[in-house]
Design a binder for this molecule. Structure first.
Ligand SMILES: Nc1nc2c(ncn2[C@@H]2O[C@H](COP(=O)(O)OP(=O)(O)OP(=O)(O)O)[C@@H](O)[C@H]2O)c(=O)[nH]1
Ligand SMILES: [Zn+2]
Length: 212
């Protein structure tokens, strides 16, 4: 068991996550040492040529794959909101999602489809995939990822409604565990106008060519 007593007090960063300097050489070195230990414990020989730099590579990869902890999605949306009298649904679909499940730290990946109905302001289109990444590049469950994206857009942009649909394959369900190769998990979250049948149906129809 890990001794919680040895975990230093959390220096709280954005949204209560611990603030770390992801590019600090000492941090990379410590994390590499941990992965060196992992290699030994799974029965590998960390001294063979192919593995010599692997602990450091994994350390850097893990720090990259969790860099969403450092970013504030609300700041990103706030930085590109424009007054505009467009009042129809705006949909950005087929946004690639790469995240890691918090249970096994294995990837889950797929697509997000996001819509909102403006209420006086629109947001720079690229910011929507950007906030997907902010929340996806953390340890996640798909349901929370879906809700966090919805809440961020609703609370920042204050639109008439938000719709989020995410469909992903979870490697923890395909390469291990239950070993189902073809299952896709779909989650959704709505606010405002999207809670009404007609708007939700319109959104789901417009993205339905993607849903399997
Ligand atoms: N709801 C939800 N569950 C997830 C997600 N990612 C992984 N899981 C599930 O988390 C659960 C963890 O269950 P446990 O029984 O504690 O873990 P386990 O023994 O490794 O379970 P198996 O995967 O069934 O072998 C598993 O059922 C996973 O499929 C996710 O995004 N959302
Ligand atoms: Zn998992």
């Amino acid at each position: 068991m890990i001794d919680d007593q040895n975990i230093p007090d959390r220096d709280e960063g954005i949204n209560g996550y611990q603030k770390i300097d992801r590019y600090n050489p000492e941090l990379i070195q410590n994390l590499s040492a941990s992965y060196l230990d992992v290699l030994k414990q799974i029965g590998e020989n960390p001294n063979r040529e192919g593995l010599l730099k692997t602990p450091e590579r994994i350390a850097k990869a893990m720090l990259y794959l969790t860099h969403g902890y450092d970013l504030d999605a609300r700041d990103i949306l706030n930085s590109a909101m424009f007054k505009e009298e467009y009042s129809q649904m705006v949909i950005v679909k087929d946004i690639e999602v790469y995240s890691m499940c918090e249970h096994h730290m294995l990837p889950f990946f797929g697509k997000a489809h996001i819509a909102y109905i403006p209420n006086g302001y629109v947001v720079g289109l690229s910011k929507i995939p950007r906030i997907v990444d902010v929340f996806a590049r953390r340890l996640q469950v798909q349901e929370r990822l879906t809700n966090e994206i919805r809440d961020c857009i609703q609370e920042t942009l204050n639109p008439i409604g938000v719709g989020v649909v995410i469909e992903c394959r979870h490697l923890c369900m395909s390469m291990r565990g239950v070993q189902k190769q073809n299952s896709v998990t779909t989650t959704s979250a709505f606010t405002g106008e999207f809670l009404k049948g007609q708007t939700r149906t319109e959104f789901l129809n417009l993205i339905s060519s993607n849903l399997s």
